[in-house]
Design a protein. Structure first.
Length: 437
């Protein structure tokens, strides 16, 4: 027997929660706990652990566990860090911030309606439905049935929103991890907003791949379809001055003794902040391009690339900026993408030639809808992620900057990301290790 938070699936879909959800520490479909006082994406929320499992177990709206054993699958266990992660998404502020990000939400809405011919009359899965907004867009686009899955307690609210909009016959809210819930039919479309800071932070893409491998029909559609992570060297004297040079003269007092500590405090970890196109010293390098239809979870564990830049100007070089874009396009619809799903960007990720970096511009921007978090694009809540050096390097015009970057899922907490950066310029070489937590 299958049950959902919407109290049934009158349209005929079958769904529920596997026993694994219970074994992984869930008292019910979700991972309850007190909502955290965080407004931003779970960068800060994941730092605090919550073990409080109360709140949802007695709620009649939450899904019930299925009574058969899932013997074949071995979903990744739900750790304390995952519980804290899902708790951070139980707070309304984080959803408000995302929904108010017009660049993000409008692009998803437009992409869903642009693919209406592939959604109308079809079965959709929304991986990480949050408030249910994308599921509702899909229902409005004519989906026959939408499975809206979220492990956070926000799923309970999503279910209320679905009911209030008279969509309970179409949208079935499942309160649990996609790794654990059961859906007894294949889906035509997967929609998900999974991108973290620096694209891969938060490690939610693995859950989308799991969902794809469990339920997506051959030839099905994933929105977004492609994602690309970029990096570029930046100069940001104002930022350096405001955090470091500030200590040279504080109310007439020489506090420069603070400067080493100030550098450590300001620049030890990656920093999420907004820069402008003017801060960027040259064309970006593609760190990783993924096709969501073919990507494997193993590919995400370590992402590594070598880069070569040539500074376009003489400037103090303060660090590297990272940003991403995602593209909503179906290879079977876009002729130019053929069946082997060519990426929207021309060059290969490991192409290190500086001249060819210049060709890493969108081949044809009209092909698919793109949500970009680049410095020159409209601002988003993701901003850009900066990895600053402790001391700037003075670079001349045309000076070469080369090295490598490796992004690895943290062993301590798979939601965290280790960043290993090696770079050299002007005959000097450096290594910077940091953790995005
Ligand atoms: C970035 S939010 C997006 C929310 C909503 N789709 C939107 O666009 O506003 C990601 C959501 O995915 C949920 N989530 C992340 N990983 C999940 C998983 N493995 N199973 C179920 N839900 C997950 C989180 O709890 C969170 O609510």
């Amino acid at each position: 027997m299958f049950q959902s938070t919407s109290g049934g699936n009158g349209s005929g879909g079958g769904a529920g929660l596997g026993d694994s959800a219970f074994h992984n520490g869930f008292l019910h479909g979700g991972v309850s706990g007190g909502a955290q006082l965080t407004r931003s994406r779970p960068r800060r929320g994941t730092r605090r652990r919550q073990h409080d499992q109360g709140g949802g177990a007695s709620d009649p709206r939450v899904s019930q566990l299925r009574d058969h054993q899932d013997t074949e699958r071995h979903p990744r266990p739900c750790t304390d860090f995952d519980v804290a992660y899902f708790n951070s998404y139980a707070h309304l502020g984080i959803h408000e911030e995302m929904i108010k990000d017009r660049a993000r939400t409008d692009t998803y809405k437009n992409a869903i309606f642009q693919h209406q011919d592939q959604i109308a009359g079809k079965v959709v899965l929304d991986v990480g439905c949050g408030t249910g907004i994308l599921s509702i867009f899909c229902a409005q686009a004519g989906a026959k049935r939408v499975y809206a899955v979220d492990a956070s307690d926000i799923a309970v609210q999503a279910n209320e929103v679905i009911k209030a909009n008279n969509l309970s016959d179409t949208v079935i809210v499942l309160h649990g991890r996609v790794e654990d819930v059961e859906i007894d039919e294949k889906v035509d479309v997967i929609v998900s907003e999974w991108m973290g800071y620096m694209l891969l932070y938060e490690s939610m893409l693995g859950s989308v791949i799991t969902a794809r491998d469990r339920w997506l029909k051959p030839g099905g559609l994933i929105l977004p379809s492609y994602a690309t992570l970029y990096m570029a060297p930046v100069s940001y004297p104002e930022r350096y001055s405001e955090s470091i040079d500030f200590w040279r003269n504080v109310y007439g007092i020489d506090m420069s003794a603070m400067m080493p500590l100030a550098k450590q405090c300001a620049f030890e970890e990656p920093s999420v902040e907004m820069i402008s196109g003017e801060n960027v010293l040259t064309w970006p390098h593609v760190v990783k391009h993924v096709d969501c239809l073919t990507l494997t979870i193993e590919e995400l564990q370590t992402v590594s690339t070598r880069f070569t830049f040539k500074s376009m100007m003489r400037a103090p070089f303060h660090g590297f900026a990272f940003w991403f874009d995602v593209e909503f396009g179906n290879p079977s619809v876009n002729n130019s993408k053929s069946n082997n799903a060519q990426p929207a960007l021309v060059a290969a990720p490991d192409d290190t030639a500086t001249e060819t970096n210049k060709s890493k511009k969108r081949a044809n921007p009209s092909e698919g809808l793109v949500l970009s978090t680049a410095p020159e694009a409209p601002p988003t809540h993701w901003q850009q992620t900066l990895i600053y050096f402790y001391d700037p390097i003075e670079v001349e015009q045309d000076q070469v900057i080369e090295g490598s970057v490796t992004l690895t899922q943290s062993m301590e907490n798979a939601r965290f990301m280790n960043v290993h950066l090696e770079y050299s310029s002007g005959g000097r070489s450096f290594v910077k290790e940091s953790v995005m937590r």
